[in-house]
Design a binder for this molecule. Structure first.
Ligand code: 26Q
Length: 821
């Protein structure tokens, strides 16, 4: 039985055909003869939406009638990718739609290729939010995702002359069939201005914030369809607009242009996603984005709560608010402000509600990624919120810190939410930990580091507040939809329930040594490699051999992720091949996909280096095609879906202690790639699940990294101590890869030597290089490799995002399932 057969009743092929044709005519104003693929795609979406919108309404009715407790997932990022194929699978009509389109003379893949990626996120954190809302709907939990309706998502990357160029992404330029505008739920958001202290007739003091500006938040709802579930939740994204009132005085005074400027300033708030992952810039517009969507979302949550309640005594019972990193932290002082200034609660009651409502997920230990905002910016944009933060801090230091460490001013300074210095700063992560009832890390090892290294004193104060919830990925997108071939092999083996319960795949472990099973599994891998080879040819004009080892590193470009360590090793291999034409190795294709933050100079230099090295290596006849290097431009969710299924080797090579979890590592393993990685983030747990003998672990572990740094790490020792390493580093200074322009790649060498090699690439080089030799040896043993690939794929059921969500529900959210009619 096919995974989709059960709900086929919902819409047969014939009904689907009728519906598509009807929508071509009555929704799109065209017909079968004249429609282009774009119209066919939209008509297909409209046909699906007849089912989706019904369930959306039923879900919200069921939640209202039950007055259900719900989680509100606040995130600046939701990296959704395309929705059509997933919605078809989740509604259970994929086969019907494919067959209907075939009958109508259309290929479903061509039609679905019309959809632009919804790239409202940078990377891991945004994609995690997307997997989580998929799982929440699948598991029938009441949940709303709240974010920003960016006009432009993450920039489109072009490569010109080997260098990254950023182009605006316009994902909804020609309309998005999945979103519904909800003007009935518009919110107004105040900004700037000053705070007045007012004494009422009762002698009580009140604070009144006189805002200097108002902007309007317009909600757009994206339905989130549960897999073969009746639940359709919403992702509510806020778009900023100029407030309704029109300043006629300004207009009449000849200020028409000024009033237009005001309008563009308001619209600027949701104009573009900030493209910096893991780095703080302190830009005023970013703070306004954060406040804008938090204020809209809280008003929305409170409006819904008030439909069934007359006071706030039940608020924290009905609503839990999860902060996806510190980016939405300003929701904390905003809820305090609403409760005290607008609803008239006293501080202690408001504080109790806040500290029972908010929970915080930490995604990073990198010091430069820990958000801090200048006090003067807060004072200017959100003057009342700054007062509230001061009061939270005063009570925290005078009550809690004083009680635990009496008279210890050094400790107070150390733990203060306000960092003193030339520019006083608000430490957002401290504000979260002080307020939230739970703080969690995203992998076991990361959560330990959160306690030990990031918040040791807070952990002494409140050990019960710290949790781990290991990340996961949705098997619907990352196996069922992106790897049809492997998905149907698993359905034949274990039945159709594995997309919910991914641990069912462990049955395949019994066949890991079965020759027929191995052949089938590796034939599928080969098919996916052939498909990817075609994509590579189209995008890069490079021919790659599907029989080669496909070795893939796809993730944001960052020094801690060490794409440059990968590059150093590629250079070493290339050098070995040049020095010894008989150097024994399997053919290898190194594939990269990565965007660099536009202002991150070294990251962009690394992209340039990869492209220049690729040019040279791919056209060097001396090495007989044994080595190929490919940089795929514009890495995004849709490309990722073609890459994970085609990988033999998954590069997870961060400096131990720096990658909080990683989630690509899980998608690779699920699709049968072997991890080549450090003991970092979720790699540790992947190795635990699949067995040490089925992964290639190399390099310093987290404690060794700390010890080496403490002892005084000197990259020059490794440079002079390893002739091959010295040779490849020196190579970067020549014009070998940049003919006529020596020094163009020198910044990489420089960062690794004079720059002190902060991420210990040179320290791990030898071990990495040996691990690659082990990979090569192992690949020569076809049966041995097939066995390991199968075991990897069959053993990562733990990393289903449904399991992550059940962990959040048990440890933090405490939700009940609600079944709509
Ligand atoms: C901060 C301030 C200003 C502008 C941008 C930012 C910003 C934006 C995005 C800071 C960080 C991010 C994204 C971080 C991220 O993706 N972290 C990753 O989260 C994954 C999900 O938990 C983990 O698997 C990865 O290990 C972690 O790097």
């Amino acid at each position: 039985k096919k995974a989709t057969a059960k709900n086929a009743l919902a819409l047969s092929k014939e009904q689907f055909k009728d519906s598509i044709v009807k929508h071509l005519r009555s929704t799109l104003g065209t017909d079968e003869a004249r429609a282009n693929n774009q119209a066919w795609w939209k008509a297909t979406c409209s046909a699906v939406n007849e089912l989706v919108f019904d369930r959306l309404t039923e879900t919200s009715k069921a939640n209202a009638e039950n007055d259900s407790r719900a989680v509100h997932y606040l995130s600046l990022e939701f990296l959704m990718g395309r929705l059509t194929v997933n919605n078809l699978h989740n509604v259970g009509v994929f086969d019907a739609a494919r067959d209907a389109l075939t009958d109508l003379g259309k290929d479903i893949n061509d039609i679905c290729d019309e959809e632009p990626d919804m790239a409202l996120g940078n990377g891991g954190l945004g994609r995690l939010a997307a997997c989580f809302i998929d799982s929440l709907a699948t598991l029938n939990y009441p949940a709303v995702g709240y974010g920003i309706h960016y006009e432009h998502g993450l920039f489109r990357q072009e490569i010109q002359g080997g260098r990254q160029i950023e182009r605006p992404d316009s994902w909804r330029e020609y309309g998005n069939p999945w979103e519904i505008c909800r003007p009935e739920s518009i919110q107004e958001v105040p900004l700037y201005g000053y705070v007045e202290t007012v004494f009422g007739e009762d002698g009580k003091m009140r604070k009144v914030w006189h805002a200097g500006r108002q902007i309007k938040g317009v909600p757009w709802d994206i339905p989130v369809v549960g897999y073969e579930a009746k639940t359709v939740n919403v992702l509510r994204l806020w778009e900023s607009k100029a407030a309704d009132f029109f300043d006629w005085d300004v207009f009449n005074a000849g200020g028409y242009v000024d009033s237009q400027a005001e309008k563009s300033q308001a619209e600027a708030v949701s104009k573009v996603l900030y493209p910096n992952d893991e780095s703080e810039q302190g830009k005023e517009l970013r703070l306004i984005q954060q406040y804008f969507f938090c204020a809209c979302s809280l008003k929305d949550i409170i409006r819904r709560y008030k439909r069934n309640h007359t006071d706030f005594s039940q608020f924290s019972k009905q609503a839990v608010i999860q902060l996806n990193d510190t980016h939405p932290t300003v929701a904390i002082p905003e809820l305090m402000r609403i409760l005290i200034d607008e609803e008239g609660l006293v501080w202690d009651d408001a504080w109790k509600i806040c500290s029972e409502t908010f929970a915080y997920t930490n995604h990073t230990l990198l010091p430069e990624a820990l958000e801090k905002w200048a006090v003067y910016l807060f004072e200017k944009v959100l003057p009342r919120h700054l007062e509230i933060i001061y009061e939270i801090n005063r009570r925290f230091l005078e009550d809690e810190v004083e009680a635990k460490w009496p008279g210890n001013d050094e400790m107070k300074r150390h733990l203060s939410i306000i960092e003193e210095g030339e520019t006083r700063m608000v430490r957002m992560a401290f504000l979260c930990v002080v307020t939230c009832f739970k703080t969690n890390g995203v992998a076991a090892m990361h959560s330990e580091l959160v306690k030990q290294d990031l918040f040791p004193e807070f952990c002494e104060l409140w050990p019960e507040r710290f949790e781990n919830v290991t990340n996961g990925v949705t098997p619907r997108r990352w196996l069922l939809a992106c790897n049809e071939e492997l998905a149907s092999m698993y359905t034949d083996l274990v039945g159709d329930q594995w997309p919910r319960d991914l641990t069912l795949l462990s049955k395949a472990n019994e066949f890991a040594d079965d020759a027929k099973f191995q052949k089938k599994f590796m034939d599928i891998k080969h098919t996916k490699k052939v498909q990817l080879a075609k994509v590579i040819k189209d995008l890069c004009d490079v021919e790659v051999d599907p029989n080669a080892i496909f070795d893939i590193q796809i993730k944001r470009l960052h020094e801690y992720k060490r794409q440059h360590l990968n590059v150093l090793h590629i250079l070493a291999l290339y050098r070995r091949l040049l020095e010894n034409p008989n150097y024994e190795m399997n053919k290898r294709v190194f594939i990269f996909g990565a965007k660099a933050a536009p202002g991150y100079k070294l990251a962009k230099d690394i992209i340039y280096a990869i492209n220049k090295i690729a040019d040279k290596v791919n056209n060097d006849e001396r090495i007989q095609g044994k080595l190929k290097v490919v940089f795929l431009p514009n890495y995004r969710v849709t490309l990722a879906e073609k890459l994970f299924p085609a990988a033999d080797v998954s590069e997870q090579i961060s400096t131990a202690g720096y990658e909080a979890s990683g989630t690509g590592n899980m998608k690779f393993a699920l699709n049968g790639a072997l991890t080549l990685g450090t003991l970092d983030g979720a790699n540790v747990e992947i190795a635990e699940e699949v067995g040490d003998e089925n992964v290639f672990i190399f390099g310093l572990n987290c404690d060794e990294v700390k010890a080496l740094k403490a002892a005084g790490y000197n990259p020059w020792d490794y440079y002079y101590g390893n002739p091959e390493l010295k040779a490849v580093l020196d190579w970067l200074e020549t014009d070998y890869f940049t003919p006529g322009a020596p020094g163009e790649l020198a910044s990489i060498k420089q960062s690794l030597l004079e720059g002190g090699d902060p991420y210990l690439c040179l320290a791990d080089f030898a071990s990495y290089s040996e691990a690659h030799i082990a990979v090569d040896k192992m690949y020569s043993d076809k049966k041995g490799w097939a066995r390991k690939a199968i075991i990897n794929s069959a053993s990562v059921g733990k990393f289903n995002s449904d399991r992550s969500i059940e962990d959040y529900v048990d440890r933090i959210w405490h939700l009940e399932k609600v079944m709509p009619n």
